[in-house]
Design a protein around this ligand. Structure first.
Ligand SMILES: [Zn+2]
Length: 398
């Protein structure tokens, strides 16, 4: 099965079928019913929120011969022609690959011709922020005085990159991320129609992992089915998307919070012994710490099971939000600083010990213990030595 099969199969064909963007679809439908169609639309928002889907439905609704309550019929000659891509009056263009002045000039020359069959010539330009400056200027000329029979639908994930002159000539609609509940609703329909057996818990996990993007939700489902088995459980999803064994991460973070240096050393070595990728591991630790922060702030988290949640709850009670934020920064700095180090493993270990010490900033005792440890490591690597020297220099300077 192709990667995007589910997404294509279940792309909504009417505004009614779309989820999570009711305000936008209602406004557009009303414009179509009353015949007040704008000459240029800008659809902006994150990936997978329905911009392209809306653009396609809108292009058909503008031209449908048998409009039903602002919705395209999807059965008339025009709708069918647009759906199959055979009607040349509706042009879809991806600005990521067609971003030159020539591409836009071609449109400028074309717009003077009347549409062949449809009422309007419609240009859908996806990822419009990718156009070159020259192309924007060419587009602007067309947008300034478009012929009556031409409509533009521009879509972008990054509206802030568009020139103000373009923005001011478009009717703008901002697509929001789709809520977990709305994604679940849609996934249920998709699963039913595709005969996918999925538990309620698993559906919720997929919806949470997709972070408001329907396309991502469907692609997770699809990846789960690639083994030919239509049954999807929470375990299968976790394995597939690589939610790591959080036991290690939890243990290490608990030692850091408790300022237990021996514990940190012991679990860091366990991690290294397992041959885990250090950057991945640090990234997972950052995410886990962030999740504890979210739990502390909102009181809920969806992607963990009951036992994991108990662990998170326990840590959340022991540490202040400010400290969690500091840990996130320290871990991300550590990740950056060891990127180019040859002795990654040693620096990883020292970095985590420092994060642990920083939890007890005033404790001289702890600083002494770290210095002793650093001295011990000094002989094993020149990098540690340099760092220790730096530290001594710093101390002399203060
Ligand atoms: Zn139609």
């Amino acid at each position: 099965m192709a990667y995007s099969a589910l997404y294509r199969t279940f792309r909504p064909l009417t505004f009614r079928e779309m989820v999570g963007q009711e305000n936008i679809t209602k406004t557009i439908k009303n414009q179509i019913i009353s015949g007040r169609i704008g000459h240029a639309y800008l659809l902006s928002g994150g990936r997978g929120t329905g911009k392209t889907t809306t653009a396609k439905i809108l292009a058909r609704a503008m031209n449908c011969l048998n409009l039903k309550d602002g919705e395209p019929c999807n059965e008339c000659e025009i709708c069918k022609g647009i759906l199959s891509g055979s009607l040349t009056d509706v042009v879809e263009m991806d600005a990521a690959s067609n971003n030159s002045v020539e591409d836009i000039r071609a449109i400028r020359d074309e717009v003077n011709f009347l549409p062949t069959l449809a009422k309007y010539r419609v240009y859908i330009i996806d990822e419009v922020h990718m156009l070159s400056t020259g192309a924007f200027n060419a587009l602007l000329k067309t947008l300034e005085e478009p012929p009556e029979h031409v409509k533009f639908i521009l879509a972008t994930t990054e509206p802030q990159k568009l020139p103000a002159t373009i923005l001011s000539r478009c009717q703008r609609f901002d697509f929001k991320r789709i809520s977990v509940e709305d994604i679940i609703k849609r996934l249920k329909i998709v699963c039913e129609e595709s005969k996918i057996e999925i538990t309620e818990e698993a559906l919720r996990l997929v919806a949470n992992l997709s972070e408001g993007a329907m396309r991502d939700a469907l692609s997770i489902l699809e990846r789960c089915m690639q083994d030919g088995d239509n049954q999807i459980s929470i375990e299968k999803i976790r394995e597939l998307v690589g939610i790591p064994e959080i036991t290690y991460i939890h243990k290490l973070l608990r030692y850091i919070v408790q300022s237990n240096i021996e514990g940190v050393i012991e679990s860091t070595q366990e991690v290294l012994k397992e041959g885990k990728d250090i950057h991945n591991f640090l990234w997972e630790m950052i995410k886990y710490t962030k999740d504890i922060l979210i739990y502390k702030t909102t009181g809920k988290l969806e992607i963990y099971n009951k036992k994991e949640l108990e662990g998170i709850c326990e840590l959340a009670e022991k540490i202040e939000k400010e400290q969690l934020i500091k840990i996130i920064y320290e871990l991300s700095e550590l990740d950056n600083s060891i990127k180019w180090e040859e002795q990654k493993q040693v620096m990883f270990e020292v970095g985590l010990i420092k994060t642990c010490v920083n939890r007890e900033e005033n404790s001289e005792d702890l600083v002494k213990r770290v210095e002793k440890l650093e001295d011990k490591m000094k002989n094993t690597s020149f990098i540690v030595q340099t760092k220790t020297e730096e530290k001594q220099e710093n101390r002399q300077n203060t």
